[in-house]
Design a protein around this ligand. Structure first.
Ligand code: 13P
Length: 248
């Protein structure tokens, strides 16, 4: 399968900065077919801008969160229909920053994934253990519990999700999981998907957590690492393009 390299801008950007960043990425790509599928996930107010800048290009776009509700009196929330209005292909759900700072539970994350699929947007479902959980030997149990909630909710549509393994201790810390550490968890997730869908090979399992231009190639060479979810390095055109090139 072609690998998928997705950028998560998190709460960064501005109209002027985004335009410069995206134009630099498009210029860097030129007319060449990128070595991997690409996507950029921006803060909701900039989705219209990404649509205008990226339509017709090799780069897809998406959001960083979606409501678990369809519509109605949910002040501040953004529905999947709204993401569809701006032609979003992807939406990140259950990022550890949302689980940690916004109290998102496995059940809520599963509802968001289900809502995204029902609305025709591919959820990028994030799972990952904290440092304390890893040190307590709970890594497998934690990621399996997080993914099980989503599988339970989306059932026969499981092969349509994207999964991102993001060890919390590796996010924004410069501490990457070693390729072996990451592969071990990816293999666990693939086995769990195999039990839930006839087409586990269709599911991209991305690695995220301090992936950068220098370490991407060795991570992406692992058999069950199907791409990356890139935070900091997606804010620099050259670094992001280098990661994409590493996927070949
Ligand atoms: P960093 O690449 O900045 O560590 O962030 C990873 C991440 O959280 C992507 O969703």
């Amino acid at each position: 399968m072609r690998k998928l390299i997705a950028g998560n801008w998190k709460m960064n950007g501005s109209l002027a900065g985004n335009e410069a960043l995206v134009k630099a990425m498009l210029a860097g790509l030129g007319n060449a077919v990128p070595a991997a599928d690409m996507a950029l996930c921006a803060p909701a107010p900039y989705l219209a801008q990404l649509q205008a800048l990226l339509q017709g290009s090799a780069i897809a776009w998406g959001a960083q969160d979606v409501s678990g509700h369809e519509q109605g009196a949910y002040t501040g929330e953004v529905s999947v229909a709204m993401l569809k209005d701006f032609a979003c292909r992807y939406v990140i759900v259950g990022h550890s920053e949302r689980r940690q700072y916004h109290g998102e539970t496995d059940v809520l994350v599963a509802a968001k994934a289900q809502r995204a699929l029902a609305g025709g947007v591919t959820p990028i479902v994030c799972v990952g253990e904290t440092l304390a959980e890893r040190e307590a030997g709970q890594t497998e149990a934690v990621v399996k519990r997080q993914l099980a909630a989503v599988i339970h909710a989306v059932a026969h549509c499981t092969s349509e999700i994207v999964v991102a393994y993001e060890p919390v201790w590796a996010i924004g810390t410069g501490k990457t999981a070693s390729p072996e550490q990451a592969q071990q968890v990816h293999a666990v997730l693939r086995a769990q998907l195999s039990a839930a869908t006839q087409h586990p090979e269709r599911v991209h399992i991305l690695y995220g957590g301090s992936m950068n231009a220098a370490n991407a190639a060795s991570l992406l060479a692992q058999p069950d690492i199907d791409g990356g979810l890139i935070g900091g390095a997606s804010l620099k055109a050259a670094d992001f393009l280098q990661i994409v090139a590493s996927a070949s």
